[in-house]
Design a protein around this ligand. Structure first.
Ligand code: NAG
Ligand code: NAG
Ligand code: NAG
Ligand code: NAG
Ligand code: NAG
Length: 465
């Protein structure tokens, strides 16, 4: 999956959390548009300055893998079958991590996504369409149970979202009581979808975004075709930030996605603290970065995605036994020794809703070349594949001086099946032009703490498991 909220193409400048301009990395493409009236303000005061003081959370939800048996080699066959979607999309379809929530009086399974901010459910009577908007059977959207109840509808507002893999949905917004892990928020703004291009898993009925309110997808008026990110965009406080504002949970949540399970319980989401998962005690902290949302008005910057700047990447090819430490700046690449002090590199988004790792084209190329035998770029599919028995390189993400190694199982995804036309398996690191993402292939190796109270991310290695 690739459930990163996709907004209009604008030129962004990157700012550090303190607001000082770090450098003006030009990030163009499928990223953010401005949110002209975001209302959420980070609440000061509650800070976890001592990572070891974080305790296990009282509220821990099970993350369920929803890929079922459907993934198989269809993942790669889809890539070939579809002339329009790139294989990145195909490789990302199918799998997901879902949580159960109470929506009104009913329980629904929804995809858990840190790369977007809205909570929506598919409602009865919705029209399922293909990529071109042509109506299809509802079964093609593969939703779980459809919501048949009501919400306290908001007049003159509509919901309109497009995700990174091209899926799009529109609908209406309203208020409903939403209870997650026993934490009930009354009159939470939510969306009900009545039109969807969606590749579901037959289990989840919607999606719940845990990113910042700036990424919510409400618009003025009732006609989605008139929505304009520059002029009719509205913002609202989504569930996790409402729960924090209301003091229902400490301003932090943590995620442990577990490897090796394609269906059923496969990790934990802890609200207000840490999940109960074995990990090393050596934490790395790094400030969350603000992506400048408007090209012109720097006053309106807000946190949006969970964006961090890693120090760099450690790459050690099995075939060459050479370790190199990479730090990437706009447009050029530097090699340094592991012990070098590195201060600058590119921003990445921490996204549970994206399966793989997406890095700048040249870096992805170098990592894929370090497989033994080297992974190759399949032009027709737009993805890197390696022989299914290839030996992946040692790859680590360096965050605040600590290297987080990525298990070789997450670098060569043999569980996604063999590409029928090439005989290859997809690798865990793929190239992308603009919005770099550390998805589940990275997250399976760590506990990730999304500390919105102190505006930082923290990571601890889970070691070998
Ligand atoms: C952090 O918290 C732990 C546990 O409460 C404590 O033992 C430790 O001394 C604290 N460290 C610092 C630097 O305050
Ligand atoms: C969902 O169910 C439909 C019909 O039963 C089936 O054709 C499809 O493969 C299923 N999709 C997934 C992702 O399980
Ligand atoms: C809103 O939805 C319509 C119909 O799906 C789509 O054409 C349009 O691009 C969307 N606009 C925004 C701003 O998302
Ligand atoms: C929104 O504003 C940006 C920057 O001014 C512009 O490039 C873009 O085309 C606008 N988008 C729409 C849908 O008007
Ligand atoms: C978010 O945007 C609002 C409205 O522009 C602004 O008042 C607020 O200070 C911003 N918050 C942050 C953390 O920048």
């Amino acid at each position: 999956m690739f459930f990163t909220a996709l907004l209009a193409t604008v030129t962004l400048s990157l700012r550090v959390a303190t607001g000082s301009l770090l450098r003006s990395a030009q990030i163009t493409g499928n990223t953010l548009a401005r949110r002209k009236d975001a209302t959420f303000i980070t609440r000061p005061g509650v800070k976890f300055t001592n990572a070891s003081a974080l305790t296990n959370a009282a509220v821990v939800l099970s993350l369920k893998s929803t890929s079922g048996t459907s993934v198989g080699s269809t993942v790669l066959r889809n890539a070939l079958a579809s002339g329009t979607s790139t294989s990145i999309n195909a490789a990302e379809s199918g799998a997901g991590y879902a949580i159960d929530i109470d929506f009104g009086a009913e329980t629904f399974s929804v995809i858990f996504d840190t790369g977007s901010s809205d909570l929506w459910l598919a409602q009865e009577g919705l029209r399922c369409v293909d990529y071109y908007g042509h109506e299809e059977e509802i079964s093609e959207c593969a939703f779980g149970s459809l919501y048949s109840g009501e919400i306290d509808e908001i007049a003159e507002e509509n919901f309109n979202i497009t995700y990174g893999d091209g899926e799009f949905l529109t609908g209406n917004l309203g208020y409903q009581t939403v209870c997650v892990g026993g934490l009930a928020v009354e009159r939470q703004e939510v969306a009900l979808v009545d039109l969807a291009y969606w590749n579901g898993d037959n289990e989840s009925s919607g999606l719940m975004g845990f990113a910042y309110p700036a990424l919510t997808s409400a618009y003025e008026g009732t006609d989605p075709t008139q929505d304009n990110v520059n002029t009719t965009d509205l913002s609202y406080t989504n569930w996790v930030f409402t729960a924090i504002e209301q003091g229902l949970m400490a301003p932090v949540f943590s995620v442990a996605i577990s490897r090796g399970i394609d269906s059923g319980p496969s990790g934990q989401l802890a609200l207000g603290g840490l999940p109960d998962v074995a990990h090393e005690d050596d934490w790395a902290s790094t400030p969350l970065q603000i992506l400048e949302l408007t090209p012109h008005n720097t006053e309106q910057s807000n946190y949006s995605y969970y964006t961090i700047i890693p120090d760099g990447f450690l790459l050690k090819s099995n075939s060459t036994s050479q370790a190199s430490f990479h730090t990437w700046k706009a447009g050029y690449q530097e090699h340094r020794t592991v012990s070098s002090t590195v201060t600058t590199t590119f921003p990445v988004i921490i996204d549970t809703g994206t399966t793989l790792i997406y890095l700048p084209v040249e870096l992805a190329e170098e990592i894929n070349a370090a497989f033994d035998p080297p992974a190759v770029y399949i032009e027709a599919e737009g993805i890197y594949e390696a022989a299914c028995n290839a030996v992946p390189p040692y790859l680590a993400v360096v965050i605040n001086g600590k290297a987080f190694g990525i298990d070789t199982q997450d670098l060569l995804l043999t569980n996604l099946g063999v590409d029928g036309s090439t005989g290859g398996c997809i690798t865990g690191v793929q190239p992308i032009e603009d919005l770099y993402i550390l998805g589940d292939s990275f997250l399976k190796n760590v506990i990730a703490v999304f500390d919105v109270g102190s505006s930082e991310m923290r990571f601890a290695s889970r070691g070998k498991y």
